[in-house]
Ligand binder design. Structure first.
Ligand code: MLC
Ligand code: AMP
Length: 507
C-alpha cells in the first residue's frame, strides 16, 4: 500500500481542524494540507517521470517542505532528503550517486545547486523557501488541488536516506512503503497515540527521527503539530503547555534542563517525552524525572531500520536502557564467534523485521556484507540484555546499547564518520596524518576532536584548519578542536589506538 494512503486513514473527517500551527502563528487545516499536497503531486506527475525516480530535497523546514514529502509519496516517487548543512562537494556526491530526476533547493542556493544538478544530469530544479517563496509553489499554484494517489506496493521504494559509510562514501538506505508504514502502525500503538494529542515538533525533517518517527506519528493519528523551525528552548517552553507529545535528541533535554523557566507547570499537559538518535545519559534521565516529575521514554533506531526497540509506554522506563524490541522486530545479541549472548553479556546487535530496509542504493556487495547469512541486519551497535546501569537494575528482556563496533561519532544526534574527516585533514598541506575521535560533550553528547601530526618543519595553524574545513564540509562534522602532536599512539600491529586518544583527551 502507498504510505500516503495509510497515513491518510488517520486524517480527521473535519478538514477545517488544524493540522499544523507554526511558531509564527500560521494555521494549516487538514484541508490545506491535502490540497497543497495534491497540487505539488500534480506538478511532479506533470513531469512524466518513470517509476522509481528520485526527488532530492535540500530545503529549510516549513509546512510546505512536509507537503512536498507527502506529494512525493502520493505521486509514487522516491523522496531523498538532504541535511541543510551539507555543502556543495557533499551535495555533488549525493546527486551524482542517486541521479535524481528532480532537485528542490532553497532559493538562496539555486545558483550552485543548479550547477551541480547540471553536472549530474538532473533535468528539473525547483526552489522552495521557508517563507513560501520559490518556483515549486509558483508552478504548483495553478494546478488542480485533487490528485489520485498512485498505487504502490509494500515492496516499492518510498525514500532513500544517505548514511555515511565507515570506509568509503555515504550509502543510500532504501526504505520501502512497507518498511515505513509497518513501523508507523506499530509505534502508534506502542506509544499509545490518542485523540487530542498535539505534537511539539522541533526536529529537522531530513532524518528518520523528525520526518518519519515524529511526523508519521502525528499524521497517522490525525494530530495537530506545533511546528518549530529548529530547537529553541524558549520556543519549546512557550508552546509546551498546549502540547502532549515531544520527540527530541538528548541535546533537547539537556538544554531544557539548563533553562530555569522549564518547570513541572510547563509540562503539565505533556503525556510523553521521547528521546532517541543518541544515548541519553542517565544523569539527564534522572534530573528530568526529579525536576519535571515525568520519565523520558528512550528508544533506539537507525536510518536503515526506522525504530527497533523502545521503553514501554506503560510499565518501567529504565534509564540507560533502550527498552524492549518493538512487536514487529526481532533483536539478537551475538558474540564475535556467533553464539548468542546471555543476560549481561556484551555482543553485536542484529535485527530482523518488516521495518528493515531493502538494501543500499546501487551497492549490492555492501548490502550483502551488512546482513548475516541467515538474514539478520548487523546494526554496528554493541549491546547487552539486562545487567545494571547507574540508574539501577535493568530487566533481563531490556536492551542496553553500550557502544559501537562502527567507528562513528554521534554529535547532537548527527552522525559523523571519522574516516571522512580524517581524509579532508590529511589532504591539507603540511599534514602528515590525523585521527578523529568523539569525546564527551555536555551539550552534544559527543564532540568531534582531531589529533593531527604535521610534516617535519610544517607550521600548522589549527584555527585556519578549522576555518578551511568549515568551507568544505557540513558544520556539525567540523572538529570543535584540533590538537597538534608529534606522533599518534599505535598498537603492536601499527594501528592507531583511538581508545587511548579518547581517554587522553576526554576532558
Ligand atoms: C549544530 N552544530 C553542531 C551540531 N548542530 N555541532 C555538532 N553537532 C551538532 N549536532 C554546530 C553549529 O553549526 C554551530 O557551529 C555550533 O555547532 C553551535 O550551534 P548551535 O546553535 O548550538 O546548534 P543548534 O542549531 O542549536 O543545533 C543543535 C541541535 C541540532 C542538537 C538542536 O544539531 C539538531 O537539531 N540535531 C538533531 C539531529 C537529528 O535530528 N538527528 C536524528 C537522526 S535520525 P558554529 O561553527 O557556527 O559555531 C537517527 C535515527 C534515530 O539517528 O534513531 O533517530
Ligand atoms: P543513523 O544512522 O543516523 O540513523 O543513526 C543510527 C545510530 O544512532 C544507531 O546505529 C545507534 O548507534 C544510534 N542510536 C540511535 N538511538 C540510540 C539510543 N537511544 N541510544 C544509543 N544510540 C542510539
Amino acid at each position: 500500500m502507498n504510505l500516503y494512503q495509510l497515513l491518510e486513514t488517520g486524517f480527521p473527517k473535519d478538514k477545517s481542524a488544524c493540522a499544523i500551527e507554526t511558531h509564527d502563528g500560521l494555521y494549516y487545516s487538514w484541508g490545506d494540507l491535502e490540497k497543497a499536497t495534491s497540487k505539488m503531486a500534480n506538478l511532479l506527475a506533470s513531469l512524466k517521470l518513470p517509476q522509481g525516480s528520485r526527488v532530492a530535497v535540500q530545503i529549510e523546514k516549513s509546512p510546505e517542505a512536509l507537503f512536498l514529502y507527502l506529494a512525493t509519496l502520493k505521486a509514487g516517487l522516491v523522496y531523498l532528503p538532504l541535511n541543510t548543512a551539507y555543502q556543495s562537494a557533499e551535495i555533488e556526491y549525493f546527486l551524482g550517486n542517486a541521479e535524481p530526476a528532480v532537485v528542490v533547493c532553497s532559493p538562496k542556493n539555486l545558483t550552485w545547486v543548479s550547477q551541480v544538478a547540471k553536472k549530474t544530469g538532473t533535468k528539473h530544479v525547483f526552489t522552495l523557501g521557508e517563507d513560501r517563496t520559490g518556483s515549486l509553489l509558483e508552478k504548483a499554484a495553478g494546478l488542480s488541488d485533487k490528485f489520485k494517489t498512485v498505487k504502490r506496493s509494500d515492496d516499492d521504494l518510498a525514500a532513500i536516506l544517505y548514511t555515511s559509510g565507515t570506509t568509503g562514501r555515504s550509502k543510500g538506505a532504501m526504505l520501502t512503503h512497507g518498511n515505513l508504514g509497518s513501523n508507523a502502525k506499530v509505534l502508534q500503538k506502542f506509544w499509545a497515540w490518542r485523540k487530542g494529542d498535539v505534537l511539539l515538533h522541533a526536529l529537522p525533517i531530513f532524518h528518520v527521527h523528525g520526518l518519519f518517527v515524529a511526523s508519521h506519528g502525528a499524521l497517522l493519528n490525525g494530530s495537530k503539530m506545533i511546528w518549530l523551525p529548529r530547537l529553541d528552548t524558549k520556543e519549546l517552553i512557550k508552546h509546551m503547555p498546549r502540547s502532549t507529545v515531544m520527540m527530541g535528541v538528548p541535546t533537547f533535554y539537556v538544554r531544557l534542563l539548563l533553562d530555569p523557566a522549564f518547570t513541572k507547570q510547563t509540562a503539565k499537559n505533556m503525556r510523553l517525552f521521547i528521546s532517541g538518535s543518541a544515548p541519553l545519559l542517565t544523569e539527564t534521565f534522572n534530573s528530568f524525572k526529579e525536576r519535571i516529575g515525568q520519565t523520558i521514554l528512550e528508544r533506539y533506531g537507525m536510518s536503515e531500520t526506522v525504530m527497533l526497540v523502545s521503553n514501554p509506554y506503560k510499565g518501567d522506563r529504565v534509564g540507560g536502557s533502550v527498552g524492549l524490541p518493538l512487536p514487529q522486530t526481532k533483536v539478537r545479541v551475538r558474540k564475535d564467534d556467533g553464539s548468542l549472548c546471555g543476560v549481561n553479556e556484551i555482543g553485536n546487535v542484529e535485527v530482523k523485521g518488516p521495518n528493515i530496509f531493502k538494501g543500499y542504493w546501487r551497492m549490492p556487495e555492501k548490502t550483502k556484507e551488512e546482513f548475516t547469512s541467515d538474514g539478520w541486519f548487523k546494526t554496528g551497535d554493541v549491546g547487552r540484555w539486562g545487567g545494571e546501569t547507574s540508574a539501577g537494575k535493568v530487566p533481563n528482556d531490556y536492551l542496553c546499547i553500550v557502544g559501537r563496533s562502527k567507528d562513528l561519532i554521534i554529535s547532537g544526534g548527527y552522525n559523523v564518520y571519522p574516516k571522512e574527516i580524517e581524509s579532508f585533514i590529511d589532504d591539507m598541506p603540511g599534514v602528515d596524518e590525523s585521527a578523529v575521535v568523539g569525546i564527551p560533550h555536555p551539550d552534544f553528547g559527543e564532540a568531534v576532536l582531531a589529533i593531527v601530526v604535521g610534516k617535519p618543519g610544517s607550521q600548522l595553524n589549527t584555527d585556519a584548519m578549522i576555518a578551511e574545513l568549515k568551507g568544505k564540509i557540513a558544520n556539525f562534522k567540523v572538529p570543535k578542536r584540533i590538537i597538534l602532536v608529534s606522533e599518534l599512539p599505535r598498537n603492536a600491529m601499527g594501528k592507531v589506538q583511538k581508545n587511548v586518544l579518547r581517554q587522553t583527551y576526554a576532558s
